[in-house]
Structures are given as structure tokens and as C-alpha cells.
Design a protein around this ligand. Structure first.
Ligand SMILES: Cc1cc2nc3c(=O)[nH]c(=O)nc-3n(C[C@H](O)[C@H](O)[C@H](O)COP(=O)(O)OP(=O)(O)OC[C@H]3O[C@@H](n4cnc5c(N)ncnc54)[C@H](O)[C@@H]3O)c2cc1C
Length: 409
């Protein structure tokens, strides 16, 4: 295994890093402070796109730093999962950067689904505007009334009615639901309750403006609403969409979900590693600059050992994530489930541990709005649930491990 970056990947990484340092980070704190002052507290009807973010998106697009996640060279950068991973790490250093490069979830996963499984009509109607950044999208799988970490529990329904499909059910934790540009979603529901467990579900596109789609409320994460994207609860009451909005065939829901989540988890993990690097950098800078008991904070009581442990943990998580990315590129996501689950547990935990230590070294300042640490902590904690809780990934790793273990002598 050789993780040396290709020349193209290194060139993109450097340009993404420069763009974030020179254009994005300088506006980030003011951007979030302005949102706080507006204090819309979940009232998404008042949410608006930021002109500054839109301007930076246009600039990134003009510079060719756009849709970098997409392996298709005609519509994206044509990078492999391994080549894209270091770019995702750079983007993880900023909360705004993924969207500015049109590389943010859930759009990336939805675009990948449309790119891989969409019909010509679906691509023209939704994929192209998403790739252009003209609209945004949501993914509706999780439901309030069932344990959605076991996706076979998903109970919303998709019924055939002549040339239409009729969607019913309640969804929540739909990321991006509040975004003023969100126009389309992917709905997962049961289309054949009598089929084999992994052939019961299908995925269907729906316009957010369709009659019967109602956004009930936005949900906060540690009291933050992630304006203007947010995460929301949305109900479907007799929502009728033409049959050609179905993605793939009836019963394909699970196979499409697997394809959607493989590379997406690499993106999440590499962003977590970038975020951990940011937290560690902040911790070191403050620990060197501030003095207590006649010494820099870093030299007091075990802090240097903490720095060393965090460095080892971050580097381990990065190597494991690059290995998983390499394996996806080499044998495919379905053959890389153990590696994907392992990094999905490890990278958010390393981020959480790093931010926790950084907060400690920041003292009171680490808990208030003067540093990105509280938002990084919330990100880490949420990542341990998003795309499957830690426990589910651990269960899968253990199952594969037991199956692979030979009798010891
Ligand atoms: C910020 C955020 C954004 C999200 N965005 C989206 C989105 O855009 N679209 C979408 O559809 N969903 C989204 N989700 C939902 C997320 O994917 C689900 O919350 C997750 O899959 C868990 O489902 P659940 O909440 O129903 O938890 P449950 O299924 O009720 O599980 C609760 C807990 O039970 C325990 N548990 C479950 N299974 C096992 C096991 N096998 N072994 C041991 N313990 C177990 C775990 O501790 C788990 O955390 C988002 C969630 C968050 C927090």
C-alpha cells in the first residue's frame, strides 16, 4: 500500500488548503456570530443563504474547486476515494468549507446516488442543478417511531397507484431541510412488506414542494440549529409522485443505501480528522502562549503527554481511514464493510477526545462562543450517531471478526 498522494490530488489539496486559509477561515467566526445575533432559534422560515458564502461558492467554482468528491471526471474532479480523502481532511478544518466546494452532506451522497442509479430524466432534473449548486437536497430515512439504526425497521410506506407512487410516513433528523435552496429529497420506505428483509424497501425522489409534504419543526443539536441547513422533522401525507421518480427498481432501497454510505463515511471520517487537527493546533497554541504557576500551560501536569497521545491517535485514525479508502477503490465498498465501520467508530471518537482535551486546556473560554471548540464537540458527538451509531458498527466488526477467526493452537 502506497499512500503517497498523486500529483493531481496534492495539487487540489494545496489549493483547497490555501482557499480555506485565505478566504474561508477569516470570515467564519463573524459568519456564525451574525447568525447567533439573529437568533432565529429553529424558525427556518426566516433562514436565508449568506451572500458571502454564495460569493465564495462562485469563486471556488470558477477556480475549479468544485464537486471534488465525484469520481466522474465529466462532472467532478475524477479523483479516487483515496485521492479525495486528504481534500476532505482539509475541508474538515472549517465548518463552512464543505458547502463552499459543493462537497457537503447530504448532497454528496444524494448526488452519488443519482449519478450511479438515476435515469436520464432524474439526472437532468435534479443531478445537474445539484452539481451546479443551484439547488440542495435532503435524505429521508430515519423515523421518530422506530429504531432506525436497524434500517430494516423503516416503516414509512410507498404504495403503487396507477402511474403514481404514494408516500406516507414520518421522518426526522433530515439534514438540510431548512436550507432555502433545498428542493428535492430521497425518501426511503416499504414498497413490499412481504418481500425478503433487504428487498422490502425502495428509494423515491420527491419535490419538497409536493402537496402532503410538511416540515413540522427543526431539531437542535446541543441547542444549535445549524442555520441555514438544519435538521428537521418532516411528515408525508398521501404524497403522490410519478412512478419515474423511483430510483432503480422497487426493492432496491438497501443496495442503494449501501452504495451511498461507503465513500460518504470516508468523507465524514477525514473531515473529523481535519477537525481534530484544528482542535489540537488550537490547544498547542494556547498551551504555549498562556502561563500559570510560572510555566506555559502545556508544561504543566501531563499536558505534553496528552499532546503526544492525541498526535498518535489522530495519525492512527488517518492511516486507518486512508486504508479503508484504498480498499474501497480496490475491492469496492461492500468488501470493505469492516474497515468502513472501524473508522466510523474511531475517527469521531478521536475527534471527541481531542476536542475534550482542548476544551480543558482552554478553561472557561473553551465552553463559550469565543472558540470553535463547542461546535467541534457537538460535531464529534453527533458523528457518533449519524450514519449508524458506534454500537452498530462495533457489532458488525465483531460479527466479521468472529466469522474470520480460526481455531487458535
Ligand atoms: C446531526 C444528525 C444528522 C442526521 N442526518 C440524517 C439525515 O440527513 N437523514 C437521515 O435519514 N437520518 C439522519 N440522521 C439520523 C441518524 O442516522 C440516526 O439517528 C441513527 O441512524 C440512529 O437511529 P435512531 O436515532 O433511531 O437510534 P436508535 O435506533 O433508537 O438507537 C439508539 C441507540 O441504541 C443502541 N443500539 C442500537 N443498535 C445497537 C446494537 N446493534 N448494539 C448495541 N446497541 C445498539 C445505540 O446506543 C444507539 O445509539 C441524523 C442524525 C443526527 C444526530
Amino acid at each position: 500500500m502506497d499512500f503517497t498522494l498523486s500529483a493531481r490530488s496534492e495539487s487540489f489539496r494545496q489549493r483547497v488548503q490555501d482557499f480555506i486559509e485565505q478566504q474561508v477561515l477569516p470570515i467564519e467566526q463573524a459568519h456564525f456570530s451574525a447568525l447567533e445575533r439573529k437568533g432565529h432559534l429553529g424558525d427556518f422560515s426566516k433562514w436565508a443563504v449568506s451572500e458571502e458564502v454564495e460569493r465564495l461558492k462562485a469563486q471556488a467554482k470558477a477556480e475549479g474547486l468544485w464537486n471534488l468528491f465525484l469520481a466522474d471526471p465529466d462532472h467532478g474532479a475524477g479523483l479516487s476515494t483515496l485521492e479525495y480523502a486528504p481534500l476532505a481532511e482539509e475541508m474538515g478544518r472549517s465548518f463552512l468549507a464543505p458547502e463552499i466546494f459543493n462537497c457537503s452532506a447530504p448532497d454528496t451522497g444524494n448526488m452519488e446516488v443519482l449519478h450511479l442509479f438515476g435515469t436520464a430524466m432524474q439526472k437532468a432534473t435534479w443531478l445537474m442543478p445539484l452539481l451546479n449548486g443551484d439547488i440542495r437536497s435532503v435524505f429521508c430515512m430515519t423515523e421518530p417511531n422506530v429504531a432506525s439504526s436497524d434500517a430494516t425497521n423503516i416503516a414509512s410506506s410507498i404504495a403503487e397507484d396507477g402511474d403514481f407512487l404514494v408516500l406516507n410516513g414520518k421522518k426526522w433528523w433530515t439534514t438540510g431541510l431548512g436550507h432555502p435552496k433545498a428542493q428535492v429529497g430521497i425518501f426511503m420506505g416499504v414498497s413490499d412488506a412481504g418481500a425478503e428483509r433487504h428487498r422490502r424497501h425502495s428509494m423515491v425522489l420527491f419535490p419538497l414542494s409536493a402537496p402532503g409534504v410538511s416540515i413540522r419543526r427543526m431539531l437542535s443539536v446541543f441547542s444549535q440549529f445549524d442555520e441555514p441547513s438544519g435538521h428537521g422533522e418532516v411528515w408525508f401525507d398521501q404524497v403522490r409522485v410519478p412512478k419515474n421518480y423511483l430510483i432503480g427498481s422497487l426493492g432496491d432501497g438497501f443496495s442503494i443505501a449501501q452504495a451511498r454510505l461507503g465513500p460518504g463515511r470516508i468523507h465524514h471520517c477525514m473531515r473529523a480528522i481535519g477537525a481534530a487537527e484544528r482542535a489540537l493546533g488550537l490547544m498547542i497554541a494556547r498551551g504555549q502562549a498562556r502561563t500559570a504557576f510560572h510555566q506555559p500551560l502545556l508544561k504543566l501536569g501531563g499536558n505534553l503527554e496528552r499532546i503526544a497521545n492525541l498526535r498518535m491517535a489522530i495519525d492512527s485514525a488517518r492511516l486507518m481511514t486512508l486504508h479503508a479508502a484504498w480498499k474501497i477503490d480496490t475491492v469496492g465498498a461492500m468488501q470493505s464493510m469492516k474497515e468502513i465501520s472501524a473508522i466510523k467508530v474511531l475517527a469521531p471518537q478521536v475527534l471527541q477526545d481531542t476536542v475534550d482535551e482542548a476544551i480543558q486546556l482552554f478553561g472557561g473560554e473553551g465552553l463559550c462562543q469565543d472558540s470553535p471548540l463547542p461546535a467541534l464537540f457537538a460535531m464529534a458527538r453527533a458523528l457518533r450517531i449519524v450514519d449508524g451509531p458506534d454500537a452498530v458498527h462495533r457489532a458488525l466488526i465483531a460479527r466479521l471478526e468472529l466469522a474470520a477467526t480460526r481455531n487458535p493452537r
